[in-house]
Ligand binder design. Sequence first.
Ligand SMILES: NC(=O)c1ccc[n+]([C@@H]2O[C@H](COP(=O)([O-])OP(=O)(O)OC[C@H]3O[C@@H](n4cnc5c(N)ncnc54)[C@H](OP(=O)(O)O)[C@@H]3O)[C@@H](O)[C@H]2O)c1
Length: 246
Amino acid sequence: MPPPISPGNSPDSSAISSIVKNEPWYYSPLTITIIGASGDLAKKKTYPSLLSLYLTGLLPPHFRVFGYARSPSSDEAFRAKIRPFLVKSSKSASPSLVDSFLASCFYLSGPSYGDEPAFSRLHAEHLAFESSAVTAVPARHAGENPHRAQLSRPSVNRLWYFAVPSTVFALAASRIRELCMRRPGAAEGGWTRIIVEKPFGRDSGSCEALTEALAGSFSVSRTQRFPPPARKKSEGAGSPSRTSAL
Ligand SMILES: NC(=O)c1ccc[n+]([C@@H]2O[C@H](COP(=O)([O-])OP(=O)(O)OC[C@H]3O[C@@H](n4cnc5c(N)ncnc54)[C@H](OP(=O)(O)O)[C@@H]3O)[C@@H](O)[C@H]2O)c1
């Protein structure tokens, strides 16, 4: 587990960090899973945006990022692959901070985005992390936590980010629904949400078809499409719209 990070230099990030530390979810373990982690979007934008959140103290003390794709790779090889993109995206981050973030990043591969054993393995990894995190909240964070009662029986939260072509969305969402949402021992109130990347279909017909396919697994309130239309021009690694979507 990497050491806790202080909020970043900008007054905005410090103010946001104070607000976030009053949120109950901040004290719960969070898993973030990038579906399609081997791709261009993941290395150039998604992981750099997560690093940006980490550096500004906006990720919970207990988080883990799992990358999933078909391409085989070890954790170490995957970290080595994305490291240059992280360094490039955050010129103010020291190598040790980048490595500290990368220590919480893991990679799993499977033969497809609908493979049952692979998604069961992801679920097992989530459970193992969550149960270790629940018993290991550092005293420093326990002291800061305005929701202390939660520490003895915390909820766990899971975020899935779809960095794959939209043809894969419905299948991956249904596997997550079937295999990755049983959380024995967790308190009520934890959430599972998915973020899906544009393009969300080619036209209104294909957009509706995708919406319907996803709705079979996740309600609209658990689904965030990226980017929100009004913010389309600010797209980029670490941009406000991308980091707030995460
Ligand atoms: N790149 C960007 O900057 C950007 C920006 C905005 C939106 N997007 C959208 O975000 C999504 C991902 O973008 P990307 O550039 O990362 O795409 P990508 O590199 O082509 O695909 C991401 C990963 O998905 C898997 N994949 C590719 N084609 C597939 C297929 N036909 N069936 C199943 N898996 C497939 C590959 O991983 P494995 O072979 O290892 O499984 C690949 O590494 C796309 O929908 C794209 O339009 C991208």
